[in-house]
Ligand binder design. Structure first.
Ligand SMILES: [Zn+2]
Ligand SMILES: [Zn+2]
Length: 131
């Protein structure tokens, strides 16, 4: 079991499954939302993500694939907790909001072609450019 929270701790959650898709997402959406070179994605089925405390604010949009995604944030401090795609059946949880960061073991580099040039993508990660 994984537990996590947002920066202000208003939102607390648990993840009840071990992710088979752990990776860093270098897409430009994740860069803009997070202010970083990448998003730390711990992908599980939406039913394996459980809100324990507080509530999430969502922003739903089409990232260009024709499949809507919803980015879920803490409405108080703005920490992005999870990105959900109902079409793909995936909840991508922000591993940097885990209480124990050692539970995140990234193996995949998503959309590394759009990584900033000042950012070195780990060669040990398996490239993945979307389904
Ligand atoms: Zn918060
Ligand atoms: Zn992304």
């Amino acid at each position: 079991m994984i537990s996590g929270s947002c920066f202000c701790h208003a939102v607390q959650y648990e993840v009840s499954a071990k992710s088979q898709m752990q990776g860093l997402c270098y897409c430009t959406d994740c860069q803009q939302v997070g202010g970083s070179s990448h998003w730390t994605s711990y992908a599980v089925a939406p039913s394996d993500f459980h809100l324990v405390r507080g509530s999430l604010t969502g922003y739903t949009y089409d990232p260009g694939s024709g499949r809507e995604v919803t980015r879920h944030f803490c409405g108080t401090c703005g920490t992005q907790i999870m990105v959900q795609s109902d079409a793909l059946g995936v909840a991508s949880v922000n591993a940097m909001t885990f209480d124990d960061h050692s539970q995140f073991e990234p193996k995949i580099a998503y959309f590394s072609a759009s990584a900033p040039r000042w950012c070195e993508v780990d060669k040990n990660l398996t490239p993945f450019d979307g389904a």
